[in-house]
Design a protein around this ligand. Sequence first.
Ligand SMILES: [Cu+2]
Length: 449
Amino acid sequence: MSAQDEFKKAPAWFIAGVSLVGMVLMAIIVLLSGPLRAQGTGSGGGAGAGTVVDVSEKDFKITIPEKVTAGKVSFQVANTGPSVHDLEVTGVGKTDTIAAGASATLNAGQLEPGTYKFRCTIAGHEAAGMAGQFEVVKGSDSAGEGAQGTPAADSAGADESIDWQAMDAQHKEVVDAFLSGPPAQTKGKGGEDLQPRMEGDTKVFEMTAEVVDWEVAPGKTVKAWTYNGAVPGPTLRANKGDHVKVILHNSLPESTSIHFHGLITPNAQDGVTFVTQDPIRPGETYTYEFTLENEGSHMYHSHHNSAEQVPLGLLGAFIVGPPPVPVDQEYTEILTDGPLGFGINGKGFPATAPIVAQPGQRTLVRFMNEGLIIHPMHLHGQTMQVVAKDGNKLAVPYDIDTLNIAPGERYDVVVTNSNPGAWAFHCHILSHAESAAGLHGMTTVWVNK
Ligand SMILES: [Cu+2]
């Protein structure tokens, strides 16, 4: 029985029931807690000085007051998340691009009463939830609430002011949803092996880059930029010495390219636009061709507008040769952050796939970081032995339980099942793994039978 079959024992009605209870609970929490949130409008001084409205951008969520007093207004926008953002208020204006940790001001001038829409204009961010609207009201309308502050409008995400019983219940729902049947509760599975077709002795991998609706977590669908409609794109496997062709059809709204990360290729096949090739424009097809010179856990991803295209999903694994050491089974864990949220193999908890090991079984995990920030992956209850780095087998393996993986890095680790139980396996930048709403994002469970 496969790892996933182990988790599909729960009947469909039970899984549906758990989901329904979860949704009803979320709705109740949102209804109850909405009016309790108190966040100031940051009104700054009297007539003439205008109103300064504090806005924060983090984790693909824009927090902005629901009501703003009419008059002269400026928006002070703090980007406290790990990705680049901006803020556009429709019909008013837009900030420059705001780097992670930076701030910007949008001087809106005189705002008349009415409803205003806002969003982040970085590709994919609006679809990921960075949009919403607020009301501009006359001075007297907001004066009464001003002292206590007005309720804040979140563009997405969990509320932080729930009571502890509701919090416990919500945490339980998330874990129950995982233990009752992952990863079937979301549509789509990334990283499946792509069988090459043979042209003589050449292995030909053919892919299409396209935008699709991708369900990153139960009920949360975003516009992903994909290879063959999945995140990660298909896993390409071949052996050292194989001659391969990778054919890419570009159905994206932008030009693109593929860089084969970690593979030793001829310079012309390196996939960096304007350095080694022209962009593959929308509607065009491009063929890469080379002989595989080095074994190991490698990757492929866009190298055109890559800071946007890769986080949107244009990434995958390219594995050359057998595992670096003898093992009984293997998993690839590709880490991502950005518009798709914190995730493993294109899914956030509880939609992440568990790792399941039989007694005594040796499991290889190929970690690959395709995100924009570091993720220290931590395994509970057992030791990970690092056996290879960036595809290079280590002369002296070493044992750890937390592995810091920088963007672009790959590590191969081996875990031998000697401690039965369901063990948390997660990024230890804890906000990537858990929130007031429970476990999420870069979390899965390692199940030792
Ligand atoms: Cu992390």
